[in-house]
Design a protein around this ligand. Structure first.
Ligand SMILES: [Fe+2]
Length: 504
């Protein structure tokens, strides 16, 4: 077996070469596809990944295809088997987190992208109450029937974990603290027992809770829900139902162009046996596949609308501060206003919208392809208001949600003393190969992509629409300058960090 140092250097070189070779895509003006894109089961496209219920595209459209990238990923996945980035029997990462990071995130990495920063809520005693309302895990908080709040990740117990790991099936109960404006964790019910603040194993229980949340964010909320449950269908339906000169196609195009090619290469690199997901996170390949199947079937599109999602989770009348929710709502309002103004240019009335068979077909196709449908956001009837809300939700998916759940983890998931991706029963830390792979996988999420803040007026069909694209940019800039007047925070999403879509 080759020495670990050589293996590590080789895979670091691959990660850095990939980062350096990547260029932000210029979104082209759409042209019609010759054939509609079909939807087929995931396993039929990726025979090594036994997932039957998830629907994926049957091919990559011609205008997205990149043979170079395709074969690079094929080569990479083939290498997993013959000279993979994992090596059995590796020692633990150093106890000092800065040392662990500096060994895994080398100077060559740092010349590409700055090292992660420890957010204040991770320093000293970890502030789980703040993490419940700010940052990448803020989407989990919900009110219980007895008036408490919780993270309920008990379902994770059902999926096969790697040997020697603690179960991620757990629940955290939160209550407002004395001031009423902040939450504090009151109980963590997990494999360690019913743990309460002050108990000897309380800090261990908090680490386990964050481990469960971060596994769920990366696997379920990011890849399964953003890329597969909605991202893929969004691109298929938009290409198939709206021709290249349809006004709605022009509005949506920057936010879905590239999805099929990107989903194809990334699905393989992450979800193949020995891919990033089963090599890094807590679940075995079989466990991960079952988790994807079940959580795909359970998808609820309400998560794409911050207002409706907050109402569903019982946060509307919560007395405590919900800073991430306020941040997401502010951006959603800009996306929604853009969608509503743009639709108003072409459809004076609901009747006019319903007379457009392409739009009706697009909504019906989305409703068929997204698990459990889209009517919870778009409404039962085709209306301008419902369609604007739904379009805003798709923009939110491609820009904000993808950021929160993907690159938004950069300053969180690398700190495994707080937030490990695996918790070992025998108390050992992560093996160096697992940590190295985690770091490289997250590093590659930070490649430069097409920015949301750019003028898409060249896609407009007429001068009024071009003016609307500019008005959208103007509003994003105004929000940007409002947000920069507040103290900087790592959990906050700023318009100028957002990308136009989910694709590298
Ligand atoms: Fe992604």
């Amino acid at each position: 077996m080759l020495p670990w140092g050589l293996r590590r250097r080789f895979w670091n070189l691959i990660a850095i070469a990939k980062y350096r070779a990547n260029r932000p895509v210029t979104i082209p003006v759409p042209v019609d596809d010759e054939q509609p894109i079909g939807d087929v089961s995931l396993v039929s496209q990726f025979p090594g990944i036994p997932i039957h219920n998830i629907r994926v595209a049957d091919r990559v459209p011609d205008d997205e295809r990149s043979l170079l990238k395709y074969y690079f990923y094929e080569f990479q996945v083939a290498l997993y088997r013959i000279f993979g980035p994992m090596q059995p029997g590796m020692p633990d990462i150093p106890e000092n987190p800065d040392q662990a990071l500096s060994e895994a995130y080398t100077k060559a990495h740092r010349r590409c992208f700055p090292a992660p920063i420890l957010p204040p809520e991770f320093a000293g005693e970890v502030d789980l109450g703040f993490l419940a309302v700010a940052g990448p895990y803020a989407g989990y908080l919900e009110r219980t029937s007895d008036g408490d709040y919780q993270w309920d990740l008990r379902e994770l117990a059902r999926y096969e974990h790697h040997d020697g790991l603690r179960s991620l099936g757990l629940r955290v109960v939160f209550r407002a603290d004395g001031s009423g404006s902040k939450l504090a964790p009151a109980l963590i019910d997990c494999e360690l027992g019913e743990c309460r603040p002050g108990d000897a194993n309380w800090e261990d229980a908090k680490r386990l809770a964050l481990c469960a949340a971060t596994n769920h964010v990366s696997l379920v909320r990011h890849f399964n829900w953003v890329h597969l449950a909605v991202g893929g269908p969004f691109a298929i339906a938009t290409r198939n139902c709206l021709d290249a000169r349809h006004p709605l196609r022009r509005l949506l195009w920057p936010h879905m162009f590239g999805t099929q090619y990107s989903n194809q290469i990334v699905t393989k690199g992450q979800m193949a046996r020995g891919g990033d997901f089963d090599s890094v996170f807590s679940f075995t390949h079989a466990g991960m596949c079952e988790l994807f199947e079940d959580t795909y079937d359970a998808y609820d599109i309400t998560v794409l609308d911050p207002d409706r999602d907050a109402a569903r989770r019982g946060l509307d009348s919560a007395g405590f501060d919900t800073p991430s929710l306020a941040n997401l709502r502010a951006i959603f309002d800009v996306l929604h206003a853009h969608a509503a103004r743009y639709l108003a240019l072409y459809y004076p009335t609901d009747r006019a919208l319903r007379a457009d068979a392409a739009v009706v077909d697009w909504l019906a196709t989305m409703d068929r392809l997204v698990p459990n449908g889209v009517r919870a956001l778009s409404g039962e009837d085709v209306t301008i208001a419902g369609t604007a809300r739904f379009v805003a939700a798709l923009l939110h998916l491609a820009t904000v949600q993808h950021e929160v759940l993907g690159t938004g983890l950069w300053n969180y998931q690398m700190w495994s003393q707080v937030q490990p991706v695996r918790v070992y029963r025998n108390g050992r830390r992560l093996p160096v190969d697992v940590y190295q792979r985690l770091v490289n996988a997250n590093f590659n999420l930070n490649v430069k992509r097409a920015a949301l803040m750019q003028d898409f007026g060249y896609l407009a069909l007429d001068a009024r629409a071009a003016a609307e694209f500019r008005a959208f940019q103007q509003e994003l800039e105004e929000l940007q300058s409002r947000l920069t007047k507040e103290p900087f925070a790592y959990w906050r999403i700023y318009p100028n960090i957002l990308e136009a879509n989910i694709n590298a």
